[in-house]
Design a protein around this ligand. Sequence first.
Ligand SMILES: Cc1ncc(C[n+]2csc(CCOP(=O)(O)OP(=O)(O)O)c2C)c(N)n1
Ligand SMILES: [Mg+2]
Length: 987
Amino acid sequence: MIFATMVRDLKSSPEKDPALETLERLNPNRASSAPSPALGRLGHPGNAAFLEELYESWKTDASSVDPTWRAFFEGFELGCQLRPPARSGAPVPHGGPTPEFGNVLPQARIYNLLFAYRALGHTLAHLDPLGLTPEENSDLALSTFRFTESDLDSIFDSGTLGGGGPRTLRDILTYLKQTYCDHIGVEFMHIMNFAIRRWLRDRMERSRNQPTFSPAQQRRILEKVIAAESLERFLHTRYVGQKRFSLEGGETLIAVLDTLLESCPASGVEEVVIGMAHRGRLNVLVNTLGKSRRKLFTEFHENYVPETVLGDGDVKYHLGYENDVATSTGKKIRVSLAPNPSHLEAVDPVVEGMARARQRHREDTVKREKVVPVLIHGDGAFIGQGVVAETLNLSRLEGYRTGGTIHIIVNNQIAFTTLAPDSRSTRYCTAPGKALGLPIFHVNGDDPLAAAYVIQLALEFRQKFHEDIILDIVCYRRHGHNEGDEPNFTQPTLYSEIDAHPPVGRLLARQLLDSGVITEEEIQKIRSQIDTVSEDALRESREAVTKFQPKLHPPISCPDLLKEVPTAVPAKKLADLGQSISTIPDDFQINSKIRKLLDTRKAMAEGKAPLDWACAEHLAFASLLTQNVPIRLSGQDSRRGTFSQRHAAIYDLRTRARFIPLKNLSKNQASFCVYNSPLSEAAVLGFDYGYSLDCPEMLVLWEAQFGDFANGAQTQIDQYITSSESKWGTTSRLTLLLPHGYHGQGPEHSSARLERFLQLCAEDNMAVCYPTTPANYFHLLRRQALRKILKPLVVMTPKGLLRDSRATSPVADLTRGSFEEILPDSEITHGARRIILCSGKVFYDLRDYRTKNKITDTAIIRLEQIYPLHTPKLLSALKRHSPDAEIVWCQEESENMGAWCHLALKLQNLLGKQIRYAGRDASSSPATGSLAIHNLEQTLLVQEAFAIPSSIPPKFQTLAKDAKRGAKPRPSSRATSKKNHKIKKKK
Ligand SMILES: Cc1ncc(C[n+]2csc(CCOP(=O)(O)OP(=O)(O)O)c2C)c(N)n1
Ligand SMILES: [Mg+2]
């Protein structure tokens, strides 16, 4: 009614109102006696709510309403300004309402008040259990809206508030404060989507954000809080000083998780995948996932030996767990807690990937309502770690959506020893969620009922809108960061408050006792039952640990990694696949160059043209898909391919309709998913890793734009991909495609940091390959997908070689054999007196040089797989040549990079002789920024491999090296050194 009344008032007002004046100025035609159709609706009282909502929309996002309304609201706001801008020369009014505004628009001011409370009410909410955070906001003072105490009993229209209707100002305020300023503070008015905003508003105002749990539910919530408390107390007294990252102060989390699981069956949720850090993890394992106390206590024992058959295991507060958890109605919910490295928030994208994989298995790929990811964060980590923002940004993307994640922040208002003023530039730690327009609920952690109410709402919201939502449980940390930590060193005043603060269980118990929901005897019974269970478990665990015999594990070894996997595909099949991957619908109009590319692919598959990398990859994918192996490829610009080589998706010239030939091979083929990822490495690689864990039947590939960008995801590589088998027994066939190779394009983009991956190789944890031919790449991809063993694969992939006629394969090479870990020399097959070992692209430079210089005594053997090294094949390739042959390792990467450091000792031990290094000097930056210097270096290192003195005058070589270093001229450089001449002379 506000607007209807207001406009009527405005029109009949003898004085010209500023709002109308502005309106006239902005829209001289529309604000006149003949209003626009839109504004004409103002006179209809039935549309008042509609108008208010429109106003609210405009306030949140001006562009969300049509221009007529925009102009109107701008005028309206201007007219309503509580302190109108002073006209030039006019005195500025101080305090007190302007006479026009104070008298004319009381309804409008009520409306402003509603809006302000919905938007800012959270600033007055009682969120901090310790009461240390100010709860004031002068923008919400009555006087701000030009009301006084004397207006409190005046009746106004309450607009959309809780169903609307006439209410006193006092009632309106009470209503708003109950809803928005009690133990729940909500940020939701920043949400652009009006339907979502309205749903939240109505849902919250209907219940005034007050929980209404049945007595039985309230008792259950108390029980959960008591269970959480007593587990912590038990551990605290039985394992004094042992690290457990206590949840005390934040026990409400356990009640929240229980309420969430209790709400799952009615919401159609079958599975919950949880990711969380250290804080309270042991409590969640026992009290949420049902891990036995006996098992947990055993892990605390000093003689405990992890049950890992292989590998080194991990500390107890990083371990994962999975269980069917029964709700009170007997329904079972599958709940899993992902294993977690210490690196905070690294688990986030992994859990998202796992959830999406599980949705796939439950055939829940449209609504994604059966599997719900839940991420539990710390306040410091949520605002501090970039991967949080990267993961949030995945949430609405086609290839990475999971239908909405429930984020729970155990906001103990501290991070180790760091308080909010040092840890964030924002009021709340939840600020990253605001960028995405997520609803954010802050709840006082001392009110488990309020928190349980919010989690119910959160699940309802998630299932309805398939969006992320954040629940920020504002609590405190009763002890230090861990149990050996003294918080009084750094937070003496805070900790004296905390020491005096009653535990949450006691507060809730008091509340339920007062309301007659429970009796003191019942509470005692709950406590003593839980303690008895713990005591029994402790006794059993003590018996169990006597059986432990610590012994060193042998390293993990997987000899089958070197077993041949048949990967050849018959010629007829390849030709058919070639036809399929080059066929597009008749009504599709495509770019002529793409048409040509497709025709070439067809010819390549039929053996009429030499096969290039992209075609080999397409044929590998196509053959796997028709063998029922699903494939997921994700990476930046992966649909087209960074180097415009792949063209997995083809676009109609007129409509940009997309056609993906690999999705259209046959009716029964497996699914092919190819996504352009957002510009993130950590979150996307983490996501694909998580996906690959729970979709072992699928070939999951993550592609870096250039290989060096993988270092943006180093945490995922170190903490998960390379070490998770040893730590947690989890493996996957995730494949990393990393463009690598020195082409004189500067220090960036030349190196995928092969050396880093090789440094992480041990215990057969993965394979690292640098194939040199399309055919071998074809066999490698097929081996990775078809072999039973699950191991990650890291592939150095080509850039320049993609279009290099030297790096092609006859299609026949796809129809026979399998992946060749070692490629012996096919030209100098026997009796060489020098053997150059190399890996990857430099092979072609070496071979060209040999041909050009008619060298016949030197063989070149390629290591297509550097780890695990296929020593039998390498030895057999070497055996064909002279036993006295000089062995050289040649690489284009600098001496401290590439495969040299990894292989040097290994090869020397294997072959029992020194190996000569030919390559770039050690360098801090991977490559030179000058193409000329690159070319010179490349020439020199090839010459060096053949131990031939350079034909380039030494003066130029030295100058080039010095120019690269930006250093003063030096006496000599490697390629011209006396040492090399000596080698030559010896021969
Ligand atoms: C990426 C990363 N950086 C630093 C640390 C060291 N660290 C462990 S816990 C912690 C404080 C975390 O604070 P918060 O996120 O608020 O969680 P809380 O411990 O308070 O529950 C820090 C800095 C870490 N584990 N991971
Ligand atoms: Mg914290």
